[in-house]
Design a protein around this ligand. Structure first.
Ligand code: GLA
Length: 408
């Protein structure tokens, strides 16, 4: 009898151990695979600022499915600053009842019911940039709350942080998220001031490299920061320039973040919007839409859902594209893809359309090689070319191609 019972318990112990090990492996994989390609989604900030509410966010989730964004690969719906209102007596973070009467869990459930993921925003300081409660001192409690709400993505800002150390603060929240036990993509938003590309791999999945983007070609607003004049609101071409040199720090699970998309916002022309989207794609940047996808001008949906351009961004090799030629107004950007092909953006910054030539040697191929070229905006096979390729890029615009060497 005793022998039988001990046999039974050894068996059940084994089963339990196997289950535990397998769950452990599954959980480890889920963390491992977080942001293995650049995150894609939508964030409320660029258009709605602090004016967010649950109906807006639910509409956006509906649009993801109805307009083909989900099908194109967009996944995360992130509410930025402005959802919080205060803390209760136990220190639990509270969402505004006016903006989110059904509560954050209900919103998260709604987003999940569409097969999408839900993201939220907080700040490493005492307050968010919009003046709402930050997570300073509440990191573990907030992380547990996010996990209980079913949060899948946290953007973590850097206002009201005084003399705090950025690596320490972001490490604390990273540990808090891990302790809470739910895989949550961790988006570091300290604007590049302490060079997060040098320390943030392993702490977060993406890190902002600059101050905030604005929906303009090259505007900028100078402010005084710690006694130094810096531009804190900048157009997309200025942000682009600041990405040069950061390429080697990006890879699967850890991305440079040149800020959210302004495609469809402000007075950007269609060519400028196409250029912005092509360049963010070739940079392997997170593709977080920032426009009102319920009301888009003609042409914007086609830009945001161009699957061939998105495939360049999402390529599994995870290489950030590099600028290989710059003649002042005309630039060539190249991204290595997993199948040996290259994506190339020919970027014309001038006010007139211009012919741009790319030689195969510039993109890392032997000069004599024959390559097949496909134009990703025209969605057209252009033929095979020996030595290189040239095309007319519109003013403030791009030509984006995929180049595949012909082996036979
Ligand atoms: C900072 C961030 C922005 C946005 C706002 C919210 O400026 O860089 O992306 O999150 O705060 O207040």
């Amino acid at each position: 009898m005793i022998i039988n019972r001990s046999k039974y318990s050894i068996k059940s112990l084994l089963v339990v151990t196997i289950i535990l090990v397998m769950t452990g492996i599954a959980a480890a994989d889920e963390w491992e695979d977080l942001a293995s390609t650049p995150p894609m989604g939508w964030n409320s900030w660029n258009t709605f600022r602090l004016e967010i509410n649950e109906n807006l966010v639910k509409d956006i989730a509906d649009m993801f499915v109805e307009m083909g964004f989900k099908d194109a690969g967009y996944e995360y719906i992130v509410i930025d600053d402005g959802w919080q209102i205060g803390r209760d007596d136990n220190g639990n973070i509270l969402a505004s009842k006016d903006k989110f009467p059904s509560g954050i869990k209900a919103l998260s459930d709604y987003i999940h019911s569409k097969g999408l993921k839900f993201g939220i925003y907080s700040d490493a300081g005492t307050k968010t940039c919009g003046g709402f409660p930050g997570s300073r001192g509440y990191e573990f409690q907030d992380a547990r709350q996010y996990a209980a709400w079913g949060v899948d993505y946290l953007k973590y800002d850097w206002c009201y942080t005084g003399n705090q150390s950025a690596p320490d603060c972001y490490r604390t929240m990273s540990e808090a998220l891990k302790a809470a036990g739910r895989p949550i993509v961790f988006s570091i938003c300290e604007w590049g001031t302490s060079k997060p590309w040098l320390w943030a791999k392993g702490i977060g999945n993406l890190w902002r490299t600059t101050f905030d983007i604005r929906p303009c070609w090259d505007c900028g607003k100078k402010v005084l920061s710690k006694g130094v004049q810096v531009e804190n609101f900048i157009g997309f071409t200025k942000i682009l320039d600041l990405q040069v040199g950061l390429e080697s720090y990006a890879g699967p699970g850890h991305w440079n973040d040149p800020d959210m998309l302004e495609v469809g916002n402000g007075n950007l022309t269609l060519d400028e919007n196409r250029a912005h989207f092509s360049l963010w794609s070739i940079l392997a940047a997170p593709l977080m839409m920032g426009n009102d996808i319920r009301n888009m001008k003609a042409g914007i949906l086609e830009i945001l859902t161009n699957k061939e351009v998105i495939a360049v961004n999402q390529d599994v090799l995870g290489k950030q594209g590099v600028k290989v030629k710059d003649t002042g107004d005309l630039e060539t950007w190249v991204k290595q893809l997993h199948d040996g092909s290259r994506a190339v953006v020919l970027f014309n910054r001038s006010e007139k359309s211009a012919e741009i030539t790319v030689s195969w040697t510039e993109i890392g191929y032997p000069s004599k090689i024959k390559s097949f070229v496909r134009d990703l905006w025209q969605k057209k096979d252009m033929g095979t070319f020996r030595g290189g390729y040239k095309a007319e890029a519109p003013a403030h615009g791009v030509v984006m191609i995929k180049v595949m060497p012909v082996t036979k």
